[in-house]
Design a protein around this ligand. Sequence first.
Ligand code: ADP
Ligand code: MG
Length: 431
Amino acid sequence: MEDMKSSTSVYDVFTPTTPAKVSFIERDEVNEKLVDALRTPGTQLVVYGYSGSGKSTLLRNKLRQLYEHEVTTRCTSASSFDQLMLSAFDDLDGYYISELQEKNTSSISASAKNTIASIRTELSATASFSSENLAKKTRILPPQLTAQNLAKLMGEANCCWVLEDFHKIEESERTKLSQTMKVFMDMADDYKTVKVIAVGAVDSARQVVQYDPEMRTRIAEIHVPLMEPHELQSIINLGTKILKIAFSPSLTNKISHYANGLPAICHTICLNVCQQNGIYEEVNTLVNLTDAELEPALEKYLSNSSDTLKMAFEASLKQVRKGKYDHPKLIIHALAQLSQDGATKDEILRKINKVEPTYTSRSFSGGIEKLCKAQRTPLIRLDENSGKYSFIDPLYRSFALALNSDEPKTSFDVNIQTLIENVIFKIRELQ
Ligand SMILES: Nc1ncnc2c1ncn2[C@@H]1O[C@H](COP(=O)(O)OP(=O)(O)O)[C@@H](O)[C@H]1O
Ligand SMILES: [Mg+2]
């Protein structure tokens, strides 16, 4: 039987700000490790990697394949662990309520029902208490809402607990996760699916959660790397196929090159290409798009990001100059010319020494520190594992490259319009 499917919207295909669904591509490098860890009862997960590398998307798609439900709790710098527990409970409570209404209640044990009820009662009691003081309406964690009980309720619902952006919460609060993981590990005997998945945009699993050495074998640390060009090209090929349009191989190549490992940039540029051609949904007759599309698509993307870029560069470049060298400028220029994956201190130093032969290792250390820290918008970060420095956003590197080309040596003011023009100029040269 033919189903009358309405045509797919471009916004479901190119998803720069939400997890990809129809244009989701499998990540062979991490897939097996992730799926094994999700399937193994008792194994807890720490998923880490560069912001925008595709952690949430990968997890969402794999969980959809393997789990009935999941509880996702988002963390902010202000979150306390108690609040995360409460928020997870609210989600579970909602699930149990709808489950009780919709299906046979027998699938939920009496003990789970009791636990839910008692926590609910406690919560409403403390809520009415604290509403007297509206200014400070923080909910108190009921004594029954323990990690054990949370694990039990999740277990009965066949779900797991995803903590998104866990690296954001304060360190003192983060330590509580390792205790909770321990409890969840021990509950796996009774509930096979129960587990915690902590996700963090950092360089190592330990920066997400510090756990005891004895837990090591039961925690899977899963690194989601930036995407390879061929992966970005797969997104483009899949997306355009769904929309029944075609990007020339050269256009596809250039977009994947420019996206610099970040799928979000790839989605954005593709979406811009579609929009500028009036393509908002799957088309009836094949549309062929070529190289000429790149420039306007990129320009739109860059002008939309110009404020962020301006802030990031100005903060770094306008630092008060002390001594002989303009450290930020030297370092940024050198790093931009090195590999996209970043470069070690020695590599950067060698590059700088080509223009400033007397620039020492000590000067470098002082200069790089300022670029990595101390500002609200740092440009560069250090990956402790590999010892490599890289631009926080690949876009910064493209900008730095553009800065490098034409900017007169004396003035180093950031003129966004010039930068955009320069980047586009560079892209044109990239044949
Ligand atoms: N496997 C994938 N296939 C297609 N698009 C992806 C994939 N992974 C990520 N994306 C896209 O990349 C962007 C960033 O992904 P996201 O999962 O939010 O990254 P992270 O959670 O690591 O910050 C989103 O626009 C998403 O749609
Ligand atoms: Mg995410």
